[in-house]
Design a binder for this molecule. Sequence first.
Ligand SMILES: Nc1ncnc2c1ncn2[C@@H]1O[C@H](COP(=O)(O)OP(=O)(O)OP(=O)(O)O)[C@@H](O)[C@H]1O
Ligand SMILES: [Mg+2]
Length: 256
Amino acid sequence: MKIIAFSNQKGGTGKTTACVNTAAALVKEGERVLLLDLDPQGNATVSVGVHLKPEDLTMAEFLLNNARIEDVMVDSYLSDLSIIPSDTTLAHIEVELISRSKSQFLLKKALEKSKDVLNSFDFVFIDCPPSLSILTVNGLCASDFVIIPVLCDYLSLEGLSHIIDTVREIKSKLNPSLEILGVLPNMIDRRLRITEESIVLLKKEFGNIVFRQGISTCSRLREAPSFGKAIFDYAKGSSASDDFLTVAKEIKRRIK
Ligand SMILES: Nc1ncnc2c1ncn2[C@@H]1O[C@H](COP(=O)(O)OP(=O)(O)OP(=O)(O)O)[C@@H](O)[C@H]1O
Ligand SMILES: [Mg+2]
């Protein structure tokens, strides 16, 4: 079982889209995946068809050690894809999280207590929020790997060295086993010169860290979350569904 965080402090780079759809691609390949929604926006939760009721226990209770994994984990619309969901409650407990001792390691501790359940999965994917909040630090401290989705434009590339420096700092100070699994170019539109230029620049600057397969711009990807489905079950055969299947294979190769 490997734990992979999808992280970038910049908003809207495709963290949730990549997290949910690569998870579903791996399920298609016969793997069992657990999603951890670490974002108070709850985008990953909704994207896999989970709609919370006010009384449901979520990631907030799991992090605060007020609930066991069995109490918070729910099935998604796919049988081999489970999720610990989130909603805005998670935003309201940030101060409480920070006031706890070893506040960076609350997720790691909660997961260690859940070893038996976790070992029934092949992958645990963490959807991190934008920003470098205590939630993101918890995600990175609990992970073996991080995937950094990045948009193919100038400002996004500017932000990339910032997140890479952060990952390196967390590795040196808090989680020595953390590795960058790859930078994942998103919203690739081959008709745009900026896409080509960005990919050349990315490969020049970061070499093999960059995934060989990126994700093309695909309007069906924007629509899928409102149906609570990954791209394979919403728009099978679209360009992005092929991309995500290839990325899933590349993830498995890179881990080996
Ligand atoms: N390849 C793509 N083609 C078309 N639309 C995309 C693509 N990737 C992401 N999007 C859309 O861009 C928006 C932002 O994507 P997403 O929510 O995955 O980013 P995020 O990094 O998780 O955002 P946040 O920082 O708010 O958590 C969404 O509306 C999503 O549907
Ligand atoms: Mg998101």
